[in-house]
Design a protein around this ligand. Structure first.
Ligand SMILES: Nc1ncnc2c1ncn2[C@@H]1O[C@H](COP(=O)(O)OP(=O)(O)OP(=O)(O)O)[C@@H](O)[C@H]1O
Length: 275
């Protein structure tokens, strides 16, 4: 494996019990992700996109294959780091719960489709952002508030709303707050599950522009699950097309969208183009 890799996935799969038998929700997925690279995972509903994302983020354990991540040493890391492989990548299956929690709070972000699932609704917008800083050991109230204000501005939220509960924000504002909460710790890798689905079209467009700018400025690596090929076109360098739990095509975004090789990808692309 290449030591510059951030994430390396080999033969990853997950099965669930459905109608009294085990079925693969996703299987035999392999790809590499480099720092600063954005990968879109596309496919119809039920094709296994969210299951794959949860495997990558160690929210689910693989039933087959592996997910390796370039785990960095950080001051204040909870739990002892496991031995690294020669290539510097660590199998997530070998990390302790504490270490995975630490990764999830600092070096990774996870933007949920429904912002409510990624926010704490009973604390203020500012506290939602400050909380992730606290996971890194920050306790200075003035600094936490300063960071929260800074990030509210960066995601174009009205800073006067800092003390309001997220439930009083609009859907688009909640999604911006969730993004700020995730990015305040400067993660290297962000997982996004349909980050703009369900929002008004104009809100979606502005949010996509914002995401593109942030990914660019921060040189973020990201894995974005979407059923919307326009989202993949706008944000992703590469894409991976899933059908019935398996990857049927992967490659550079422009290549896949402009010259799809697999019949299913051709169908996806042509169904978007058909008025
Ligand atoms: N916890 C679970 N228990 C049983 N089956 C599950 C579970 N989670 C997912 N599945 C099944 O795995 C398959 C893939 O689901 P998944 O949510 O990954 O697809 P998806 O492509 O993300 O779909 P959508 O776009 O609708 O979210 C589906 O058949 C789903 O019913």
């Amino acid at each position: 494996m290449n030591s510059d890799l951030l994430l390396s996935v080999r033969g990853a799969g997950k099965q669930f019990m459905q109608a009294n038998r085990l079925r693969w929700a996703c299987r035999d997925v392999s790809f590499d992700l480099y720092p600063g690279e954005v990968l879109a995972v596309v496919g119809e509903s039920g094709s296994g996109k969210s299951t794959l994302l949860r495997l990558l983020a160690a929210r689910l354990a693989c039933d087959a294959g592996s997910v390796h991540y370039d785990v960095r040493e950080e001051a204040g890391a909870a739990g002892a780091a496991p031995a690294r492989s020669a290539a510097g990548l660590v199998n997530l299956a070998n990390l302790s719960e504490a270490r995975l929690r630490w990764l999830a709070r600092t070096d990774w972000g996870f933007v949920e489709q429904h912002a409510r699932d990624g926010l704490r609704m009973n604390v203020s917008g500012g506290a939602n952002i400050g909380e992730r800083m606290m996971a890194l050991g920050s306790r200075h109230y003035g600094k936490l508030r300063g960071q929260a204000l800074d990030w509210m501005e960066r995601v174009e939220l009205d800073v006067d709303r800092i003390d309001d509960l997220p439930g009083t924000y609009s859907g688009g504002m909640q999604q911006r707050l969730q993004i700020a909460r995730n990015l305040v710790t400067h993660p290297r890798l962000v997982f996004m599950d349909e980050p703009t689905t369900g929002l008004d079209v104009s809100v979606q467009a502005r949010l996509l522009d914002l995401l593109r700018d942030l990914v660019d400025q921060l040189q973020l690596a990201a894995v974005i699950v979407t059923h919307d090929l326009a989202v993949a076109r706008l944000l992703a360098h590469r894409m991976l097309v899933m059908k019935d739990g398996q990857v049927v095509e992967q490659g550079l975004t422009d290549r896949v969208l402009d010259d799809p090789q697999h019949a299913y990808t051709q169908l996806l692309v042509s169904s978007v183009l058909t008025p």
